[in-house]
Ligand binder design. Sequence first.
Ligand SMILES: Nc1nc2c([nH]c(=O)n2[C@@H]2O[C@H](COP(=O)(O)OP(=O)(O)OP(=O)(O)O)[C@@H](O)[C@H]2O)c(=O)[nH]1
Length: 329
Amino acid sequence: MPSTGPDMTAEAVVVKEVHVAVAVVIRDGRVLIARRPDHVHQGGLLEFPGGKVEPGETVQQALVREIGEETGLTVPEGSLEPVIGIRHDYGDKRVFLDVWSTTEAQGQARGCEGQPVDWLLPEALADDAFPAANRPIIRALRLPSTLPITGEIADIAEGLEKLSRSLENVMSPLLVLRSPALDSDAYCRLAEEAVALTGDHCGVIVHGAPGIFESVAGASGLHLPWREAEKLMARPVPGGVWLGVSCHNADEIAHAVRLGADYVTLGPVAETATHPGEPGIGWSAFQDIVDSAPVPVYGLGGLGRDQVAEAKVAGAQGVAGIRFWWPSN
Ligand SMILES: Nc1nc2c([nH]c(=O)n2[C@@H]2O[C@H](COP(=O)(O)OP(=O)(O)OP(=O)(O)O)[C@@H](O)[C@H]2O)c(=O)[nH]1
């Protein structure tokens, strides 16, 4: 039946986005967490200290103020480093969480507004104890700033020899084992040996179709090439392991997020050794895409460890790649 009342759908109801400064205060590897009072938005859940950026304030000034007001800690503004930015629509409120970290907070943390506070390990932060927008923050805190990916592997013995030779260069708790040249049986054998070889040094994220993850005991996660990700409608691995997706634009990232990706790679950012003469998308276009991505994003393609800081300024988790650790011969 047609409505006789005013047509509410005709009026665009524009809900303004609230810019929220969110602080990840780290001490001895633990993160400062508070409990939101019951009566406020997302009340009763855990949170990182923070609050609205006031008019005329920079996000860094807001962070220093909020950390002081809420926890009594003093933070040097220059110690703040970008972690991730997340746009989230709660239905009743749209927020942009501008997340920064510091390891240089001084003083004894207390709940100045009566809220309980605690220092927790990143591994102990449970998704459902926090507001929904915090999931990517928790991922970002557990992920490294460099994600090493293996280069061309022509056969199993060669791959294992190169892996054992370059393990000391990994400097990351995770690596992606990529080897499109091997058929899936050979790849699974390589991956099982790689899991045994890397042991406690780092976890192995297998690369390829979802079936590969099920075949490799001890794998730490699955990295989907885009050609595999685009065929899927749901997350292909359990929640407790890593799911990564190779993406090349904003639409692909949006699909990866719908699949429940824990991180994505985006590139090529710069010209790569394998595609000389083809320029990458550059940091500016990279940043535009990352700005609206609610997931940790690694810059990929022609990048080295010395570009981690540049990548972080562009909003990235860091840098993924081959050249900075994998031997060329
Ligand atoms: N501080 C903080 N806010 C968060 C987190 N995650 C998250 O979604 N938010 C949302 O960001 C907004 C920040 O609000 P707030 O209540 O802490 O800020 P405020 O004190 O300046 O605002 P108020 O005056 O409206 O209470 C809320 O909608 C809150 O639900 C988080 O980890 N920390």
